[in-house]
Design a protein around this ligand. Structure first.
Ligand code: ATP
Length: 322
């Protein structure tokens, strides 16, 4: 089994105006197998983008890293040292939050493909073939190649940007909230597209989303983040059918379901502030099943091949949560 991503005690932070280190990802240890579609889910500010950026090699230079990160066995983060040279584009491609805005407004679509592909050693003939294949997959007509991005709809721009991330042949795609700027119907289509991409090209995909139900529809594995920590890692099916962490359970109730009238609930209380020093469990303040032991930091424990960071995993449905 090849691991596309392996993180060991990875922490990431930024320096605040007083030069204090604010950790926004803490001690993340997880792996993503080659060919898996893995989603990072969690509320806004939980550290998903920062963790995704570390995998994609797009962390800002002023960020601070600790711990280890490997991509396909290649060490890319070793504490404060980073080794992304030759990795971005070749091993990993990044699709930003608003992919359309990553396109150059001054170049026709074909020129944008050609610029990238030329740099990766394609001839014009092989590039044209490859682009035609990718456009078919993305359900785009070849006419888009003659257009400037502003002449295309937002959804088309998004698919062009996804196409650009595929042409270099990277083995790992990281997409940050790729569905944030499209309507609910297109969301599912776009997420399914990622699955098709995985099936056709065998790439590993890391998707960042706050929508755990959407994640459940297309992912193999879900990592749930809360307050900078990974609190649960599970297969998508098991996580939705039987969430182990109380936070995961609550998270599945706050997302609207397309086509169903469902009363939405919110999770009472506020998530921790970035850098807030916490004793004990990171979810303590908002947890409906907390107990005395939760003032101590829970270890990441394995339950039936899943990982949960909680003293009181919901192995049985808790009466307090129903
Ligand atoms: N470049 C940066 N410089 C300083 N602080 C940052 C930077 N990027 C993110 N942060 C801070 O790190 C914390 C985690 O942010 P991050 O964007 O990783 O979370 P997220 O879960 O992806 O949230 P969202 O869904 O809103 O994007 C936030 O408090 C944010 O303000």
């Amino acid at each position: 089994m090849v691991l596309a991503v392996e993180a060991r005690n990875l922490s990431i932070g930024y320096l605040d105006e007083d030069d204090n280190l604010v950790l926004v990802v803490r001690n993340a240890s997880f792996s993503v197998e080659e060919g898996e579609v893995c989603c990072l889910v969690g509320e806004s500010g939980s550290g998903k983008t920062t963790l995704g950026n570390s995998i994609a090699g797009v962390l800002p230079p002023y960020s601070v890293t600790k711990g280890l990160l490997y991509l396909f066995g290649k060490l890319v983060v070793k504490d404060e040292l980073r080794f992304y040279e030759g990795v971005r584009g070749r091993l990993v491609s990044y699709i930003p939050q608003n992919p359309g805005s990553s396109l150059s407004p001054y170049m026709r679509v074909w020129d944008q493909f050609w610029r990238v592909m030329k740099a990766h050693g394609f001839t014009e003939e092989t590039a044209k073939k490859k682009v035609a294949e990718i456009l078919r997959l993305l359900n785009l007509k070849t006419e888009v190649l003659d257009h400037y991005p502003h002449e295309l709809s937002g959804g088309m721009q998004q698919r062009v940007a996804i196409g650009l991330s595929l042409v270099t042949g990277a083995k790992l795609l990281v997409a940050d909230e790729p569905t944030s700027s499209v309507d609910a119907h297109l969301k599912l289509q776009l997420m399914r597209l990622f699955r098709e991409i995985k099936e056709l090209y065998g790439v590993t995909i890391v998707l960042i989303t706050h929508d755990v139900l959407l994640a459940g529809k297309i992912c193999d594995k879900i990592l749930v983040m809360y307050g900078g920590e990974i609190v649960e890692v599970s297969s998508a099916k098991e996580l939705l059918e039987n969430p182990l962490h109380p936070y995961t359970k609550l998270l599945t109730r706050v997302v609207p379901v397309l086509g169903y009238k469902k009363k939405l609930e919110s999770i009472p209380g506020e998530p921790p502030r970035p850098g807030q020093v916490m004793e004990g469990c990171v979810f303590y303040e908002r947890c409906p099943v907390r107990g005395d032991e939760c003032v101590k930091t829970p270890p990441a424990q394995e339950v039936d091949g899943r990982v949960v960071k909680c003293w009181r995993p919901l192995i049985k449905e808790s009466a307090l949560l129903s």
